[in-house]
Design a protein around this ligand. Structure first.
Ligand code: SF4
Length: 963
């Protein structure tokens, strides 16, 4: 069939005379005026819709609808967006690979070709999420942590190797190279893509890079003009199997920057300000597009920092158009001259090159910020949008210390604030780090077994055996002497997260703060867990060449890993002595990290106050050692000769940072580093042996198991239920329940259902690893659902002091017996009782985490009724066949007096329609029934199909096998 818009095909030429074909938006504009006034992000999606218009998945009507995008209009149209590629991180990538493997098993069992299941677009999985900071503060910390990383994860890595040989377009960036979004920015994103020639003899068709990733911070790539965002693993899987990503036509909020950042103010300060502003603007479900002369002055790494935190401000994307700064970044990161000139020529031909100025684009709304007003800030203690100017941090901590939980406080007696407590020795065997094989606790100064392999030697291919790679030497016990700790003490200080480690200016600033601090005689207390975990090896390269790494090391910020570490909750444990001192005195201690999330219990279960800050500020707070010091009016610490040293004495000027930037933007260094992904992935990785063959053989494992989502699969779906009847409430939650509350990524408690299951299966506590690393095994993950140690099921009555019990428990009805949510779920499933979860605002906020939806489904929960939903989690629920339903304005389970002992029906009426009305019928214990209107948050027609098929996975599998 001829392309419906073949008349828009044109050619463009690069500076050196190469030519390419492209589907021209300027040509389309001749029929549909105003395309050049559309936001650039919308135009890039429009190009995809235009190019992929095949009359089936993408129709000419889709093209026309999007070409007619209006800045302000009801949003009812659904856009089928075919992306150029998919990126995965290992926590989400492994379960996705397990689903693909299970689909192949089903195909095989049904006598179909297993190869029918094959990614149709390139897929890259970057292994970054599992590495933990067990060792820190010394030069061998990286080696030791990597040895443990390989020991713990060998089964997952074997499975990945099976995937690499089974699927043609599935690549893996092995552990130790970096963090997915930084690697994507520095390496995987190659500019425009080259397709086939439209007809013989014509030049190939070029098109812009675009992607979805199974990680919410995929938006970081928006910093270089690539349209892309995070989706759940479920949607990511569909995208790689050739399904368009469907989304409602978005509003696009323009964010204009004017002016320049003031001296000493960092990109981190800017992004915390942007997050605060955009949270107020309520940009959930919208695109944000940055423009204006202030944006023009920002480097790509600064832009990428803004783009990274789109999930924190709630937007689908935080997009920056392609301009000279993008080209500069491509040059500085070693992209080829060919790639660079194609990128420039393509965007120029489409009329999309350059930073738009005020008035050039029609946005739904314009928000403005004068960069000159941004101040040095941090955010916390619980949410990224709660920005605090540095001069108010002490005051804010002090005030929250004794405020009630309802006001975000810690509910402590004000008089206890300054009390210090001795750190006393405890039996080291009682608590050990989560997987430290020695069982002796976490050392700051570990000793290395003579001859043990060193991860840094991997680049020189030292070929140790895997068995030898396990660190066996007994580490030294920390000596606490007469140390005391108290409220406000900083116990973790981590330079972490792709958000900031991808930005050389803030990393160099951190190095300069360390240099000046060391030269002034400042130190960091040895009990503070300090770590440096960059998102790529390039950071080490330029910090070394700039001469800054030794100063960071001197303050304890030695290289500990290349990976998410503290940002994903893999800070590793504190020492048993410190844990004991915190818990027995109910202390409010702090972590300061250059990450982007600080939800409760994400960083460490015992640290209640978590602050996000720029890398240089992380160093400063590590030196200060407490949040109870105002760094603007008190010295950071005492230097040589007892002299007071102030923050201003160690804070670098922008000229000092700029002078060292030449070490960071070195194309050759990027090229030679990333060549090693293929040529020299390291001996630890090379020694991993995977199963071979097209169909996985599912060997017994506590990491990988055949997921049950296709059990009983038939080519024809069963009819979906017209109503849910006689359901029980599994939980009543407040606002802002995060996906980490629903499906935690961090450590597994021994006494939890998942911990007990692991022990029953012969896994020692020291080898539990984390929930995130066990997402390939549903038996662990369904037990971990709603198992966050800080989640509060408000069905449990408050204690005498009004406090709420934390942890994944519920009251099983009608007996009211208290038990783990997992145990209650199994009992309800056994007796055939459906269950419902009630939530507040922003249900499912936080990282995209498909296990939050998968676990919900496997617990037999049929619907989630909330006041509002986070975008990805809502679609993941639909994708798993769980109904998201929304209260109408003003209603909530609290306002309706729901207590959890009622039974419930949900009536859906006849044929399902997107966003239709539904009815919640509440049957009280008194026999009275009340009817409450709800909105069904199945938002699009394709989602109705997904739900009818029991979820997106059976839907896609039926399509592929039918073909
Ligand atoms: S967990 Fe943190 S470091 Fe890792 S990808 Fe997400 S934002 Fe980046």
């Amino acid at each position: 069939m001829p392309h419906a818009f073949a008349n828009t095909l044109r050619t463009f030429q690069t500076a050196s005379g190469k030519s390419g074909s492209f589907y021209s938006l300027p040509e389309l504009e001749k029929t549909y005026p105003n395309i050049s006034r559309l936001p650039v992000s919308i135009r890039i999606v429009l190009e995809s819709v235009l190019r992929n218009c095949d009359g089936k998945k993408v129709t000419p009507e889709h093209v026309v609808e999007l070409a007619h995008w209006q800045a302000n209009a009801p949003r009812v149209d659904e856009i089928p967006f075919v992306v150029a590629r998919v990126v995965l991180q290992d926590f989400t990538g492994v379960p996705l690979l397990a689903d693909l493997a299970a689909m192949r098993t089903v195909a095989d069992e049904l006598g179909k070709q297993p190869k029918a299941i094959e990614p149709l677009v390139p897929v890259d999985l970057v292994v970054d999420h599992s590495v933990m900071i067990d060792y820190f503060g010394t030069k061998d910390a990286l080696d030791l942590n990597m040895q443990l990383e390989f020991k713990r994860n060998v089964e997952r890595y074997q499975f990945m190797k099976w995937g690499m040989q089974a699927f043609d377009t599935f690549g893996v960036v092995p552990p130790g190279f970096g963090i997915v979004h930084q690697v994507n920015l520095e390496y995987l994103a190659r500019g425009v893509h080259r397709g086939k020639p439209p007809t013989e003899g014509q030049p190939p068709v070029y098109y812009p890079d675009s992607l979805v990733g199974t990680d919410s911070h995929t938006t970081m790539i928006n910093g270089i003009g690539v349209v892309g965002w995070g989706v759940g693993g479920i949607e990511g899987e569909a995208a790689m199997l050739g399904q368009p990503v469907y989304f409602l036509t978005p509003d696009v909020v323009g964010f204009e920057f004017t002016g320049r950042l003031r001296e000493g103010v960092t990109a981190t300060d800017l992004v915390l300000t942007v997050t605060e502003i955009l949270r107020r603007e309520k940009v959930v479900g919208k695109f944000v597009e940055f423009f204006g002369e202030g944006v023009e002055s920002l480097s790509v790494p600064d832009r990428a920092t803004m783009a990274n935190m789109a999930p924190e401000y709630g937007a689908t994307m935080g997009f920056f158009p392609v301009d000279d700064k993008t080209i500069e970044y491509f040059q500085g990161t070693g992209r080829t001259a060919d790639e660079i000139e194609l990128l420039r020529a393509y965007f120029q031909a489409q009329g999309m090159y350059g930073m738009p100025r005020s008035g050039q684009i029609d946005y739904t709304k314009v928000v403005r910020l004068d960069l000159g007003t941004v101040t040095t800030s941090l955010s916390g203690p619980r949410r990224p949008q709660d920005r605090i100017e540095i001069g108010h941090a002490k005051e804010q901590f002090t005030s929250l210390f004794s405020k009630p939980p309802a006001e975000n406080g810690f509910n402590q007696p004000a008089g206890d604030l300054l009390t210090r407590h001795h750190v006393r020795p405890v039996d080291a065997r009682a608590e050990v780090p989560s997987a430290d094989p020695s069982g002796k606790g976490i050392p700051r100064t570990p000793s290395v077994q003579p001859g043990a392999p060193r991860f840094v030697d991997e680049m020189n291919a030292n070929k140790p055996t895997l068995a030898a790679a396990v660190h066996e030497a007994p580490p030294e016990q920390p000596d606490f002497g007469d140390r005391t700790i108290g409220n406000g003490d900083v116990l973790i200080a981590a330079i972490t997260s792709c958000t900031n480690t991808s930005n050389p200016s803030v990393m160099i600033a951190a190095g300069l703060v360390a240099k000046k601090a060391v030269e002034a005689g400042l130190t960091v207390e040895p009990h503070i867990k300090t770590s440096l975990a960059p998102g790529s090896r390039i950071v080490t390269e330029y910090l070394t060449r700039a001469g800054l790494l030794p100063y960071l090391e001197k303050l304890g910020f030695a290289l500990a890993a290349y990976g998410c570490t503290t940002c994903i909750g893999n800070a590793g444990d504190l020492t048993p002595e410190i844990n004991e001192a915190i818990t027995s005195n109910d202390l409010v201690c702090a972590a300061v990290l250059s990450g982007n999330r600080n939800f409760e219990a994400r960083i460490h279960p015992n640290l209640k106050a978590n602050f996000l800050a720029s890398p240089p500020l992380v160093v400063a707070y590590a030196i200060a050692g407490t949040m109870l010091k105002d760094l603007t009016s008190e010295p950071v610490g005492k230097g040589h000769g007892g002299r007071d040293v102030w923050l201003r004495d160690i804070w670098p000027t922008s000229d000092e940072v700029a002078a060292l930037m030449k070490f960071a933007m070195n194309g050759n260094a990027y090229r030679s580093n990333y060549e090693k992904v293929a040529s020299d992935p390291g001996p630890l990785w090379e020694q991993i042996r995977g199963v071979s063959g097209q169909v996985y053989n599912w060997p017994a494992s506590t990491y990988i198991a055949k997921p049950p989502f296709f059990d009983g699969f038939r080519m024809t779906p069963p009819p979906p239920p017209a109503a849910i009847q006689g359901a029980r409430a599994m939980a009543l939650f407040g606002d802002s329940i995060t996906t980490d509350h629903i499906s935690p990524a961090g450590s597994i408690k021994e006494s939890s259902p998942a911990g007990m299951w692991l022990k029953q299966h012969g896994v020692a506590k020291a080898d539990f690893n984390s929930y995130g690393s066990r997402r390939g095994h549903h038996d662990v993950m369904m037990r971990g659902t709603f198992a966050n140690v800080r989640i509060k099921n408000l069905m449990i009555p408050p204690g005498p002091d009004g406090s709420r019990e934390e942890g994944g428990v519920t009251l099983f009805q009608p007996s009211g017996e208290k038990m783990f949510i997992f145990d209650a779920a199994m009992k309800y499933i056994a007796e055939g009782t459906p269950t419902i979860v009630f939530g507040g605002e922003e249900y499912g906020t936080g990282s995209s985490r498909d296990w939050a939806a998968k676990g919900t489904q496997l617990l037999g929960i049929k619907a989630v009724v909330a006041r509002s939903f986070e975008r990805i989690h809502r679609s993941n629920l639909v994708g798993m066949g769980v109904l998201p339903l929304q209260f109408k304005a003003g209603d909530s389970w609290e306002s309706l007096g729901i207590r959890g002992d009622e039974t419930f029906d949900i009536e859906l009426g006849g044929t399902l329609r997107p966003q239709q009305e539904a009815t919640l019928v509440i049957h009280g214990k008194d026999g009275v029934a009340r009817r409450v209107p709800l909105v069904l948050r199945i938002d699009t027609a394709i989602e109705v199909d997904y739900y009818r098929h029991g979820g997106i996975l059976p839907f896609v599998l039926r399509q592929l096998l039918a073909a």
